[in-house]
Design a protein. Structure first.
Length: 150
């Protein structure tokens, strides 16, 4: 239930986002971010707000743990588009959190995967990947490397 307790605090974020998805591209843009996270419900909930000073949007994430299913639902909120109606669902196993959802990308069906990896108490990584072919192949399209702010 306390899987996201590691994330409580303030983080500097280095974002790497693929400029063009599903095109065989290796052209990444890098931009900074700052995330502030807190827990609630005794560890069964997690909330963070992330600001991107060089972008036209910011974001927030609400995570809620379902003890009956032993899984988390992750809900993304974009400051310009609002709440993404499709939550990511999954769990942590051996210190790695893996979450999935079926969604669309520019009108095309896509399987989405988030992977959370905790490297140290002072650093962690989030990755987003899309599969356009039923999980046969995955393309990582956004990576966030977090460093805890002292």
């Amino acid at each position: 239930m306390n899987d996201f307790d590691f994330f409580i605090g303030t983080w500097d974020v280095v974002n790497r986002r693929l400029r063009k998805r599903d095109a065989g591209s290796d052209d990444w843009e890098e931009f900074p971010g700052r995330s502030v996270a807190r827990g609630f419900f005794g560890g069964a909930g997690s909330f963070d707000e992330i600001t991107f000073p060089t972008k036209e949007f910011d974001g927030a994430t609400v995570r809620v743990y379902d003890s009956g299913r032993d899984e988390w639902s992750i809900h993304w909120i974009n400051s310009t588009r609002g709440l993404d109606p499709v939550p990511m669902v999954g769990r942590f196993t051996d210190g790695v959190g893996t979450f999935y959802a079926d969604d669309t990308d520019d009108g095309r069906p896509v399987r989405v995967r988030f992977v959370w990896t905790v490297a140290t108490p002072e650093s962690c990584r989030w990755e987003q990947a899309f599969s356009y072919d039923g999980e046969r192949t995955w393309e990582t399209n956004w990576i966030m490397d977090f460093t805890r702010v002292s």
